[in-house]
Design a binder for this molecule. Sequence first.
Ligand SMILES: Cc1ncc(COP(=O)(O)O)c(C=O)c1O
Length: 363
Amino acid sequence: MFDLTRQWAKVGKDVMAAISEFLPKQQLVLGEAVATFEAALAERLGIKHVVSVSNGTDALLIALTALDIGPGDEVVVPAFTFFSTASVVARLGARPVFADIKSETFNLNPDALRRALSPRTKAVIVVHLFGQPAELDDILAIADSKKIPVIEDCAQAQGARWHEKEVGTFGKCGCFSFYPTKNLGALGEGGAICTEDESFAKRLRRIRAQGSEVRYVHEELGGNFRLSSIQCAALSAKLPHLDSWLELRRRNAQFYNENLEGVGDIILPSVVNNAMHSWNQYSIRTIRRDSLREFLKENGVGTDVYYPRPVCLQPAFEELGYLPGDFPSADRVSHEVLSLPIFPELELAELEYVAGMIRDFFS
Ligand SMILES: Cc1ncc(COP(=O)(O)O)c(C=O)c1O
């Protein structure tokens, strides 16, 4: 499913050189390496401010904190996403209100969003799942009409574009993850928040550092959410490679599109108009998902299921009272979805092998 050693074989030299330059300075927390990476990512995104943080989950938590989300508030999130999109809402004492997705796109259904809004809605978290931009024109229009801020969860979508513009730059802010298997991966955990809004960026930085701007004066409750400077040095060395990795992900997706079309009952991932998908995952659907997965495993092909149950049905959200069937598209997709290997360094022979095995299964 992933082989990070292949990436390291290509970029390890650059990363080691950056770290060798970084280490003798011993500026291990914040400092030049962090500022340099934040500026480089901001330039790539075409946005004013990037605040690096400990990981993608904390990026979402900090963004919600900076919007003063708390008890009594509701935040709309898709019913089909990674757990942390919703858990951060509940951790702040607010209520995650789930809305169904479109099964064709795996992303928030704008009509479902409209129905989920209430006078208590204080924010919407829109997820660009698997690297496919959500339908931002409609979603932003709905949220803007009620003056509700939109947080973009771009954890899986580094490099994706909507109308030629990078995702993360449309809402109040965009939250990224640099988990090693993401499109831009750190040497461990990492994340970032981007925003155009200067005073919001200032608040994000304050929350990142124990709610403090002046040493030992704590204006509010924050945390220790800094991204290690050594990670920033490594990420700066990796960032110039991102476009070539995205290109290879696109090539791999194209290969599967051409070679799995019409095979069995497979539904290929569709790309919505105006979107440039960044293919963090290539996720097909089939009602024979579990037996296909088993067959591929027996034949040496790693796959994964993102996600085997809608997030609203997780035990941690039991008290919210959601039931199977509440979100039919999220339910259906959770039984049918299967993600295939798509990492950039896959070789053509491997892609052919995966596609061949899938064809064998259905014949
Ligand atoms: C959609 C989504 N949101 C948030 C996160 C959280 O990111 P992290 O693992 O860096 O905390 C992830 C991580 O996989 C994710 O896929």
